[in-house]
Write a protein that binds this ligand. Structure first.
Ligand code: PSU
Ligand code: MN
Length: 306
């Protein structure tokens, strides 16, 4: 199936979309820039399996040799995972360059939303979204993920946002953009490694069906933009708040000391937090992604029946 000349939708995904069966989009920056090899590849496979076990079809999204790929093979996931940060991290602005250059690109939340929407996929699972960075008052560092959520109609299931970001400013920014934040069975905005933070969500919904009903209503109303579905990490996999806060503080200081800026900031912080927690944070990260994939599959299934 080809919708624009650069789009390649894997046959399994195209079949599911044509028959209105549930499909869950998955991003690829989390594979190349979000986790170390080989855990990144292993996680990407497990996430696809988790989606399948829930009766939905996974579509991992990336750019390979300039093709916009909706659904990757195991070998293609291995290529991205092994290449790691040598692959271009692709947000909205980067897409035409990687396509025109016929090169590889790992798609962020923003770029994955764009490609998912091109293919007609409505639900997307990831770990954490980008947001407003701390000190953004000085640096203006605000992830393009937030602007994308304002305009592209895809629901993003995540475990909130890491406190490498300023969660309060991220909330305010989403509110300004009119992007609803739904807490799944929680009133608090989850902070990725922990289910708790000092911030509230806009709405709390307790079943995938309730969430699907809101997404379906947004669609009928033709309201532009996406939805954030914040799904707390299961408590048994959460990290002690102090441990993770200390690692984040240290990583942030190192980023400043090393002059890290722009698109390199998030990958730098993610990998330093992982190293500083001796890999403990990686185990939590993997579990929360799996948890999000399962919820996304349930929401996509409920939505496919409406
Ligand atoms: N946050 C995480 N893990 C990730 C990312 C963010 O906890 O892997 C990745 C996602 O791909 C997200 C991107 O879209 O980083 C945001 O990067 P930036 O802040 O440069 O927009
Ligand atoms: Mn940034």
């Amino acid at each position: 199936m080809k919708i624009n000349p650069f789009l390649d939708i894997a046959p399994e995904v195209a079949g599911a979309l044509a028959e209105r069966r549930p499909v869950v989009a998955l991003e690829s920056t989390i594979i190349s820039h979000g986790m170390p090899y080989p855990q990144n590849v292993e996680t990407a496979r497990q996430v696809e399996t988790a989606v399948r076990e829930k009766g939905a079809v996974p579509a991992t999204i990336a750019i390979l040799d300039g093709r916009l790929k909706i659904g990757l093979s195991a070998d293609e996931i291995e290529v991205l995972g092994k290449a790691g940060t040598s692959v271009t991290k692709v947000s909205r602005r980067d897409i035409p360059f990687v396509v025109a250059g016929k090169s590889h690109g790992a798609t962020t939340v923003a770029a994955t939303m764009i490609l998912a929407a091109m293919a007609g996929i409505k639900v997307f699972a990831t770990g954490g979204i980008g947001g407003v960075h701390r000190e953004a008052q000085q640096t203006f560092d605000i992830s393009a993920d937030l602007q994308e959520l304002a305009k592209t109609p895809v629901a993003v299931v995540c475990a909130g946002a890491k406190s490498i970001l300023d969660l309060g400013l991220t909330r305010e920014y989403l509110e300004t953009l009119g992007v609803p934040v739904i807490g799944y069975r929680t009133k608090m905005l989850p902070a990725f490694y922990t289910g708790e933070s000092d911030f509230d969500v806009d709405y709390t919904l307790n079943t995938p069906e309730d969430i699907a009903r809101v997404l379906h209503t947004r669609e009928i109303l033709s309201l532009e933009g996406g939805t954030v579905i914040a799904n707390p990490i299961p408590p048994e996999f959460a990290m002690p708040r102090e441990t993770i806060d200390n690692a984040i503080e240290k990583a942030l200081l190192e980023a400043v000391a090393n002059g890290i800026a722009g698109k390199a900031t998030t990958p730098f912080l993610l990998s330093r937090v992982c190293e500083l927690t001796g890999g403990n944070s990686l185990a939590s990260n993997i579990q929360l992604v799996l948890n999000n994939a399962r919820l996304a599959a349930d929401i996509a299934t409920a939505l496919s029946k409406m």
